[in-house]
Ligand binder design. Structure first.
Ligand code: ATP
Ligand code: MG
Length: 320
């Protein structure tokens, strides 16, 4: 690193002073006559850079880091990961490597997290058709794929939705090797045309974590931190109704408390059970509002059966 810095400094010294601060300096040489001359004149620094998003393309998270959601993981394995990893089997069964899947459910319960994990598993880039096989992930697709009737006054957005439909259909393009994953916590705002066969025809409900999942999520968020002996099962018991994000926040708060204590003590004092209990008690679960809205759709807007899974979950909870 030190070497590189020295190199840069040396180069800078050789440059004429005006090239450093005058924006027009790059064009100080005579205007090129031909395109080739122009291209020759461009320095390597002007070459197009990989977009920043490239850094996201090899996420470190894997499905093992996602707490709970066993059924969701199982379905993702069957529809994406197994066909992807077993090309011969795929050929024997004539299974194509393409598909669109929508993850939906309350906020903070792992939709975005699981999408990153799948990309981590596939070793696929969040990238484009050129780099197949790849995973294209539309997070919060309700913002992009809004019902076109709601977009009456926004021609540009309607164009985006129409274009997305055309791309997904693959009529104008070959989509083999292209997985399209989307996530939403407002599925009722999504244009139903997006949910037809061949597009996002599969949907997966990502529900709040059950007790075992909450325990796993707590363990995940405390894994690299100094802790006393903790009873995570007990914490899981008192966090019914918490989302993964709520649990992550509780761990964050308890960590801050332990750090304060350590600061004052002048030595590391690991995170204790009571600090986590206090953090949990100070947090209001964030999915209540969503559940109320969703319940209305499940009760009064479920002609197509799209909310059956959610309705079943709500019945189950009421019985408990
Ligand atoms: N199942 C889980 N396992 C581990 N951590 C989780 C899980 N669910 C949520 N989390 C934690 O909560 C954070 C927020 O979750 P995430 O961003 O995936 O929620 P989301 O479902 O996409 O919510 P939204 O609908 O608001 O976008 C994650 O970054 C992670 O730290
Ligand atoms: Mg999200």
């Amino acid at each position: 690193m030190a070497e590189a810095l020295e190199g840069d400094a040396a180069q800078e010294d050789q440059q004429p002073p005006e090239s450093r601060d005058s924006p027009g300096a790059a064009f100080a040489s005579p205007v090129p006559e031909t395109a080739d001359e122009l291209i020759d004149g461009w320095s390597a620094a002007d070459a197009p850079q990989e977009p920043e998003i490239g850094h996201l393309s090899r996420p470190k998270v894997t499905l093992a880091d996602v707490g709970g959601l066993a059924e969701v993981k199982q379905r993702l394995q069957a529809s994406f990961l197994t066909p992807m990893r077993n090309p011969e089997l795929r050929l024997q069964f004539g299974k194509s490597l393409r598909g669109g899947l929508l993850l939906w459910g309350p906020p903070g319960c792992g939709k975005t997290f699981i999408a990153r994990a799948i990309a981590g598993e596939l070793g696929a880039g969040f990238s484009a058709r050129r780099n197949r096989p790849c995973l294209l992930f539309f997070d919060e697709i309700d913002a992009l794929g809004q019902k076109r009737s709601q977009l009456r006054h926004s021609g540009a957005m309607r164009g985006v939705v129409n274009q997305m439909l055309a791309e997904l259909d693959g009529a104008a393009s070959d989509n083999e090797g292209l997985f399209v994953l989307a996530a939403s916590n407002h599925p009722w705002d999504i244009d139903s045309a997006l949910l037809r066969p061949g597009r996002f025809d599969r949907t997966l409900l990502v529900l709040p974590p059950d007790a075992a999942a909450r325990e796993a999520i707590l363990a995940y968020h405390l894994r690299d931190r100094p802790t006393q002996h903790l009873d995570l099962a007990k914490l899981a018991k008192i966090t019914d109704g918490f989302s993964g994000a709520d649990l992550a926040l509780a761990c964050e708060q308890a960590t801050e408390t332990a750090m304060e204590v350590s600061m004052k003590a002048g030595e590391v004092r690991p995170i204790g059970q009571q600090q986590l209990v206090d953090a949990v008690r100070s947090i209001r679960p964030s999915i209540g509002e969503w559940m109320q809205v969703a319940q209305n759709y499940a009760l009064y807007g479920n002609e197509s059966g799209a909310y059956d899974e959610l309705a079943a979950y709500m019945r189950l909870r009421r019985r408990r």
